[in-house]
Ligand binder design. Sequence first.
Ligand SMILES: CC(C)(COP(=O)(O)OP(=O)(O)OC[C@H]1O[C@@H](n2cnc3c(N)ncnc32)[C@H](O)[C@@H]1OP(=O)(O)O)[C@@H](O)C(=O)NCCC(=O)NCCS
Length: 454
Amino acid sequence: MDQKKLEDLLKMLQVNQGDLAKLSEQQRKDMKDYKFWKTQPVQKFGQEVDKEGPIDAQKRPEDVPADPLPMLGEFEWSTVDIEDAAQLEDVFVLLNENYVEDKDAAFRFNYTREFFHWALKPPGWSREWNVGVRVKATGKLVAFISAIPIDLAVRGKDVRSVEINFLCVHKQLRSKRMAPVLIKEITRRVNRQDIWHALYTAGVVLPSPISTCRYAHRPINWAKLQDVGFTDVPAGKTAPEMVAMYALPGKTKTSGLRRMAAGDVDAALALLVKYQRRFELVQKFSKAEFAHWFLGEDESASDDDASRVIHSYVVEDADGKITDFFSFYSLPFTVLEHAVHKELGIGYLFYYASDADFAFDDRFSAEATAALKTRLTALIGDATILAKQAKMDVFNALTSQDNTLFLDALKFGPGDGFLNFYLFNYKAFPVTGGIKDDKSYDTERRSNVGVVML
Ligand SMILES: CC(C)(COP(=O)(O)OP(=O)(O)OC[C@H]1O[C@@H](n2cnc3c(N)ncnc32)[C@H](O)[C@@H]1OP(=O)(O)O)[C@@H](O)C(=O)NCCC(=O)NCCS
């Protein structure tokens, strides 16, 4: 998750393609100016990769210091026990109040206990990997970073890794080089457990992205988005025209579509594994991980659609076979100081899989492309309808996976934010991100990024 996502949501405006192409160049500093990152085992800009693999020589956990890095005088390290309600609340207060940049923000992320239990406690999660910094005198949590274990595969090679997320420094402590200390400390803790690689994403350009995807947004409740100042009437259009343009049917269309149940886990996982083989950067889910990520933590407790974090669906054909699967998660905004609206529902497309092009040898052939495009457009179209039923007002996706096949048809407008994917201590050839040089959707090459990060 990344503050850039918010910024581009806030600016669902027309963007000049030429300017965008230049933007990522401008965002990039000279390598020597990355005072921290130039000291880390990451790929340098423009560095030729001869062979994919680790950057540093293999070390042993015993070679890694057992004690945390020194912390500046008035602060102290604090391992946050996310199973303790009060400590978990410290985390979401920090994130809710500091993930958003501008100080008169009209919106805040509304992270909840349920969201964090889902996001931070997959099978194999480690208590040590929820790292906080507190003010010694008051105990106030002022910075946070987290890691969760993930079996990554990069072009078919297994890379045991962690996923780094929720890096946040309190607004009043910015630009004081606390982020590098947090990153070094989480690295130390992860290395102590014999893991040497990480996957992370950021809106900012760092050395060096393995892939870059673009955000896309599908307004669901356009009138509400306009009410809260999220979007505006484009020149030459009227508000009723916009509402009509984004209107969605009340019911889903795919026959055999139903919510995924515990009994579907084997079939849906097998389908996802088969589907994801096409991509070059993927997460390999165990059965327990799949159940965690797609059934959710305490789903039995919540049959109420609007309070669910993860929504997963399968399509079962007449013979009882699972042919398709899709999922999306919810991370709403709180709307501050608005007379009518208190919350903005936001849905994020997560993983999906379909057998639509399995019968073809070449997934890029015209026939395979047409078959998958038709099926995905129907499926993700239904996902937007279900998102609407779950009170979501906008639905976000990236240009990763095979998404560029349906983004235009389903009225996902290109955002002005990009998400860069990075690997720590692993060099690899670039992976296509679903955008062309001019940053428009690449419907031909699509993307080879299969992994989806929160
Ligand atoms: C991201 C954040 C923690 C950075 O803290 P900061 O106070 O701005 O920066 P610091 O002075 O501590 O550190 C600067 C260094 O961190 C790097 N950095 C900044 N953002 C980063 C990110 N998202 N991921 C990794 N490194 C990052 C900078 O490039 C710089 O290193 P360099 O000299 O090698 O270029 C802070 O801006 C924040 O909390 N933002 C809101 C939440 C957010 O966007 N989180 C990141 C999600 S990806």
